[in-house]
Design a protein around this ligand. Structure first.
Ligand code: GTP
Ligand code: MG
Length: 254
């Protein structure tokens, strides 16, 4: 007879109900199971979105002769941070409550070369048929008072599992290398104890953010000047042939 039991049913049959298991132990096993399952689902959602971004990067690299995305990082929120956020907001600490309330369990950070790449990547991702944009926060057009700049999106995508399709939310932060440099260092400094000169340090960091934004703008202007000075940004048939010959047409190498 074929084995038709799902993994969950097998665990429940063979493991979760041995004789003498206390009610508390059974409840603990059930909750741990549910938690692990949703973490698996968030990891799957991250993989899907990452692949979408990599495909966009490859396609744009073919068309524009350069990569708009420098690199991508990802993380699933740590259990302790999940619990703290639920408790801080007065929400139940349970697997269904995580899925219902939290938008940032699955997080992807996309580091772009130039500011206009950020908007291009965001627009292309957001307009894909299976992507629903839930929320956008444009901290580039509207920087935070401390100087933080980044483009934030919460998107929802369908993820296909063995027996169901589940909509999963993923938080995406898109920023330039320069914005990422500032955010990483500011994040590190925030957790250091600053006693006397807190305000002065806040102002200096905000000043650095302004300088960095000017550099980002300048680098983009330089790129545009170079593009405009060449005959055409589109590759001619001759250019393509030469690049193929040089092994330069592979995405990621342009
Ligand atoms: P959280 O509840 O903290 O996730 O914030 P939110 O729901 O108001 O979302 P928001 O889009 O403002 O920020 C989400 C994430 O962006 C944070 O978890 C950080 O990773 C990042 N972020 C936001 N503000 C700052 C900042 O001032 N400095 C740094 N370094 N990162 C920030
Ligand atoms: Mg967060």
């Amino acid at each position: 007879m074929p084995d038709t039991l799902s993994i969950k049913e097998k665990v429940e049959k063979n493991f979760a109900k041995p004789a003498g298991l206390s009610k508390e132990a059974a409840a603990f096993i059930e909750e741990t199971w549910q938690f692990q399952e949703i973490m698996m689902m968030y990891n799957s959602a991250i993989r899907e979105v990452r692949t979408k971004l990599e495909i966009l990067n490859d396609d744009l690299a073919m068309r524009n002769s350069r990569n708009p995305i420098e690199f991508i990082t990802q993380r699933v929120k740590k259990p302790v941070s999940i619990i703290q956020k639920l408790q801080r907001n007065g929400w139940e600490v349970s697997a269904p409550s995580i899925v219902e309330h939290l938008n940032d369990v699955a997080g992807i950070r996309v580091i772009c070369s130039f500011i206009d790449d950020i908007y291009e990547v965001a627009e292309m991702l957001g307009s894909q048929d299976d992507v629903t944009v839930i929320k956008v926060k444009d901290y580039i057009k509207n920087p935070k008072p401390n100087g933080y700049r980044s483009y934030h999106m919460i998107i929802e995508i369908p993820v296909f599992f063995s027996d169901r399709t589940q909509s999963m939310r993923v938080e995406i932060q898109i920023r330039t290398i320069a914005m990422d440099f500032w955010a990483s260092l500011e994040h590190q400094l925030k957790y250091k104890k600053m006693v006397a000169n807190e305000e002065e340090i806040y102002n200096q960091l905000a000043e650095c953010a302004t300088t960095i934004a000017q550099v980002d703008q300048k680098m983009q202007d330089i790129r545009k000047q170079i593009e405009n000075s060449s005959d055409s940004s589109a590759l001619s048939a001759k250019d393509k042939l030469e690049r193929l010959g040089n092994g330069l047409m592979r995405p990621g190498t342009l």
